[in-house]
Design a protein around this ligand. Sequence first.
Ligand SMILES: Cc1cc2nc3c(=O)[nH]c(=O)nc-3n(C[C@H](O)[C@H](O)[C@H](O)COP(=O)(O)OP(=O)(O)OC[C@H]3O[C@@H](n4cnc5c(N)ncnc54)[C@H](O)[C@@H]3O)c2cc1C
Length: 211
Amino acid sequence: MGSRFCGSAILRFCGSAILCPLFSVLCSLSCGSLLSVLCSLDRFGTPLHRFPAITVSPCNLRPTSRGTVRITSAAMDAAPQIAPNYLSTDEDRRIAADCIRLTRRLMAQVALSKYTPEEFRPGPAVSDSDAELIHAAGDIGTTIFHPVGTAKMGLASDPFAVVDERLRVHGLEGLRVIDASVMPTITSGNTNTPTIMIAAKGSEMVLQDAK
Ligand SMILES: Cc1cc2nc3c(=O)[nH]c(=O)nc-3n(C[C@H](O)[C@H](O)[C@H](O)COP(=O)(O)OP(=O)(O)OC[C@H]3O[C@@H](n4cnc5c(N)ncnc54)[C@H](O)[C@@H]3O)c2cc1C
């Protein structure tokens, strides 16, 4: 399973020049990351901070960490065991550390100096060393809800492939998987629209094969 993970650095602004600005900035980075600047909160689903701040939210668009979803019991209603394994590769850890460094550089720009930004999270006590930044990324990072690839498309010879190029489950008659789980790798962007595309193509295949 591939999924995306997002590390947030929170900058608190002294003074009352801005109050939770409702602006959002997106820019692509050469390391394949997406950086968005949000009004400020600890993580998605939690309330906005009660002090003026922005949350800069860098995100690795091509993570190499892979997780697992395992059946825990033969009972249909038993919850599976889901292990995203975020930051389990050197590359992902390096990118996470670089993302926090980049955020610090960005917030140190002259254009922002009039707001006297103070780093709230991970916080000035965290140094710029790889070890401390990677540890901080693990603490402040959060999912952005894009799990895919639990039943990936691939050749029958691939031991990890579940469905073929027409989304039919290898080795079984009359069963298809048509959703985000067939993505062989995670898309470098949001997953909903590609899933709709898979659904459109998959439904055409069902109709074609029924003729
Ligand atoms: C909080 C959140 C925010 C997101 N934000 C974005 C976003 O901004 N942009 C974006 O592109 N993507 C976003 N995503 C990801 C996107 O929603 C998914 O990639 C996409 O919905 C995957 O589609 P799917 O059909 O594979 O799975 P789902 O949309 O999860 O569909 C699975 C369906 O199966 C049904 N189901 C489950 N079990 C059973 C059962 N036993 N019997 C019958 N039906 C069953 C469920 O009710 C559900 O309708 C977000 C996801 C979450 C959770």
